[in-house]
Design a protein around this ligand. Structure first.
Ligand SMILES: Nc1nc2c(ncn2[C@@H]2O[C@H](COP(=O)(O)OP(=O)(O)OP(=O)(O)O)[C@@H](O)[C@H]2O)c(=O)[nH]1
Ligand SMILES: [Mg+2]
Length: 301
């Protein structure tokens, strides 16, 4: 088997919520395709990002953070990740450099061993810019102990771009030989509508606290050419929250907060689509949607 052969395959990033999976996905792809936030449980569906290199093509599958589910939504997200294990060539477990390994991590390792005993597992120590070199070394050993001697462990900082190419090479080396799955230049298979909804949710997550991030869902209702300027698109989006009090927070005094959310989201959407848009946002209450099977279905879970 010559080393010059082209390799291609699928790798999923898994880990507890907030461990840096989506930030890492964006860093490897080189463009923001997955939203991120300082709140746990930001990602709610699997997102494919495509990494093109001369010698390999990697399809990254970013997944929702895994934790003990408290709502029906949480359960659905866990099931989603479990389904992903059987579809990938490599499972990369992400553990931040600045947090102790705990029962949550061990639970994920057990799940992986049970669901995908034959799949190559890789450890990724994320956020290494946050700690000293000694602490990185210590965490590398701890993750190695957690995963066993066969597993490679790679330290990385997605924010600083440190070791990102090393991680690409290590993942590529574990992929089967074969042709590319996606044409050159394609960076994700996320539909534009989903990208828009996610960027709006990210903008709305900024600065909100407590349980509100979990209660927020965004649906694109309509996309059409903008009447006043046919080079532009008119986009209508609905922001769902679970309670009237949350609606008031999202809208803000005299609508100030919602306006800011709209401006921030619009800029991001225009950047990724390369088209100017007129963005219209509305907020609606869908009582306790996270626990309601019917409403979850309507919101696409
Ligand atoms: N300093 C530093 N912060 C990081 C790094 N990677 C991620 N973060 C931060 O960690 C937080 C969580 O990042 P995400 O990428 O959203 O984490 P996630 O694992 O996708 O989270 P879920 O989707 O909720 O499971 C954000 O505030 C990021 O900015 C890193 O390399 N260095
Ligand atoms: Mg994420």
């Amino acid at each position: 088997m010559a080393d010059s052969e082209f390799r291609s395959g699928f790798v999923c990033f898994v880990g507890r919520p907030n461990t840096g999976k989506s930030t890492l996905t964006n860093a490897l792809v080189g463009t923001k395709i997955a939203i991120t936030s300082s709140r746990p449980q930001t990602t709610r569906h699997t997102i494919r990002g495509i990494v093109h290199r001369d010698h390999a093509q990697l399809i990254l599958v970013d997944t929702p953070g895994l934790h003990r589910p408290r709502t029906l939504l949480g359960q659905r997200l866990n099931d989603l990740v479990r389904d992903t294990y059987s579809e990938v060539d490599v499972i990369a477990l992400c553990i931040p450099a600045d947090e102790k390994i705990g029962p949550g991590d061990r639970w994920i390792v057990e799940q992986i061993k049970m669901m995908a005993p034959k799949t190559t597992v890789l450890g990724v120590v994320t956020k290494i810019d946050k700690v000293s070199r000694d602490q990185v070394a210590h965490q590398l050993m701890a993750v190695s102990k957690l995963l066993g001697p066969e597993a490679e462990v790679v330290p990385v900082s997605a924010v600083k771009g440190e070791q990102v190419e090393v991680l690409v090479d290590v993942i590529a080396s574990k992929m089967p030989e074969g042709p590319a799955f996606y044409p050159d230049g394609e960076i994700t298979d996320e539909p534009e509508e989903t990208l828009m909804a996610e960027l709006i949710r990210e903008a709305a997550l900024e600065g909100v606290r407590d349980e509100l991030p979990h209660s927020l869902a965004v649906v694109i209702e309509e996309i059409q050419p903008y009447e006043a300027n046919e080079d532009m698109l008119e986009v209508h989006a609905l922001l769902y929250v679970e309670r009237p009090s949350q609606k008031a927070i999202i809208i803000g005094k005299n609508g100030a907060r919602l306006k800011e959310v709209g401006t921030n989201a619009r800029k991001q959407i225009e950047h990724i689509l390369g088209t100017r848009i007129y963005l219209n946002l509305h907020v609606k209450v869908a009582k306790d949607w996270q626990r309601d099977p019917k409403q979850l279905g309507k919101l696409g879970f």
